[in-house]
Design a protein around this ligand. Structure first.
Ligand code: CTP
Ligand code: K
Ligand code: MG
Length: 180
């Protein structure tokens, strides 16, 4: 029962989990804020780029389409129906995750944190808020059906744990500058 819930939550959130990691690998180039400052600090900072955002979103959408192709055999193996992703939902999860992360950078700069500084709590959940927020806005019926209160509870517990593990891993592999 709890195993099925965890598998469902992980599956449903994968198109939101992968974009930030793809952005780390693809990042670079022109920052979204174009170097602009606001109230004495960068609007977003050099860590939020057009390329990272675009590639992250694209990778998340493509992953959702790949999951759609695997949904039947995966559901059979699990013994429970896993959700598929219509294009608006896929886009909302992926782009929403990137927007949540960008919003967090805006808040970090406003609170005097330099690029790369940690903001415990926000770092682990910004993309969840962005992804779920946009998904509920764009495809409300789908989001309500997939993210039941129990699935949501699993997402809120599981995501920070996964975030810590993947970021420490990426840091140890040398692909990320900080372990958060
Ligand atoms: N990245 C990007 N575009 C994004 C998000 C991330 O290019 N929209 C890339 C950047 O190279 C960034 C790296 O991924 O440096 C790590 O992402 P993150 O930890 O979110 O950014 P930080 O550099 O730590 O910046 P901030 O303090 O603003 O979070
Ligand atoms: K971040
Ligand atoms: Mg960072």
């Amino acid at each position: 029962m709890i195993g099925t819930l965890v598998a469902t939550a992980f599956w449903a959130m994968l198109p939101a989990y992968v974009p930030n990691n793809a952005a780390v690998l693809a990042g670079g180039g022109r920052p979204i804020d174009g170097g602009r400052e606001w109230r004495g600090a960068r609007l977003l900072g050099d860590g939020k780029t057009w390329r990272g955002t675009a590639v992250g979103t694209l990778v998340g959408v493509l992953l959702a389409l790949a999951l759609n192709a695997l949904a039947d055999p995966a559901s059979a193996a699990l013994g429970s129906d896993l959700p598929t992703f219509a294009l608006p939902a896929a886009f909302a999860l992926a782009f929403g995750a990137m927007c949540g992360d960008i919003g967090a950078s805006f808040l970090k700069r406003r609170s005097g944190r330099e690029r790369g500084a940690a903001f415990p709590g926000l770092d682990q959940l910004d993309f969840v808020v962005g992804a779920l927020g946009l998904a509920f806005l764009v495809d409300t019926d789908w989001a309500l059906a997939v993210f039941t209160p129990r699935v949501l509870a699993v997402v809120l517990v599981m995501t920070p744990l996964l975030h810590v593990v993947t970021n420490v891993g990426a840091y140890l592999l040398g692909v990320k500058n900080e372990p958060w």
